[in-house]
Design a protein around this ligand. Sequence first.
Ligand SMILES: C[S@@+](CC[C@H](N)C(=O)[O-])C[C@H]1O[C@@H](n2cnc3c(N)ncnc32)[C@H](O)[C@@H]1O
Length: 264
Amino acid sequence: MAQQPIRFDDGEAYERGMGGWSQLAGQVFLDWLAPSPGLRWIDVGCGNGAFTELLVQRCAPAEVQGIDPSEGQLAFARTRPGAQTATFLLGDAMALPFSEARFDAAVMALVIFFVPEPAKGVAEMVRVVAPGGTVAAYAWDLHGQGFPFAPIQAELREMGFTPQLPPSADVSRMEALRDTWAAAGLEAVETREITVDRTFADFEAFWASSTAMGHMRSMLEGLTADDLEQFKQRVKARLSVDASGRVTHQARANAIRGRVPMAS
Ligand SMILES: C[S@@+](CC[C@H](N)C(=O)[O-])C[C@H]1O[C@@H](n2cnc3c(N)ncnc32)[C@H](O)[C@@H]1O
């Protein structure tokens, strides 16, 4: 079986595949942060705006700047009715296009494991947040079966195939997040797990969502129609299916927050 690199060039496909999961976890994350209204936010790796929209709708921000290296994601983000007050810009987590202390809060939602040098990305968030402000992130627990598409990956592994991981997957471990936040000099660091359940109308709805993104589909491209059907049945056997056929699946993320120290 072949495999495409993990790419985010289609904001609509991202919405079908990950948008719902992102917003479920994002709600828990924002409830945990419990920010004051009127803050200036930067959403690093804003993608198609799934989390940015929550920020706008739930946190009464004074300003939200979303940055992401994918024009395909940003184009979708700019069409979101619930995120019209946010600004979406092309940019990289490791070189944020903003001056020092420009924001009150910086967040990475499901992004840190895609940043080639996570420590550099966190240092950039610290740089652009004012003393006393918040730097926070959450990441699917990739090594702890927390990824929403883990049942598909598990079945691929059963077949001797190694599903591709993001380039900095190891930083998704809670210990690694703590080490990264401590090394960046952040204070009052706290962590928590975020567990979310999502119910699909039936297995086909779960499957359609889980394979909406190109890199997930590409892993299955070499299978014959019969093999694919058997594969799907094995994935289904890993899921919780109720008497009416609804599928409920659980995903888990590790979250972290810290405070930028006051200048000495
Ligand atoms: C899983 S998506 C998360 C999108 C959004 N934050 C959400 O919660 O739905 C990961 C995003 O990280 C972006 N990304 C990848 N490398 C990045 C980098 N070096 N700097 C900033 N964003 C990056 C991708 O383009 C993609 O949109």
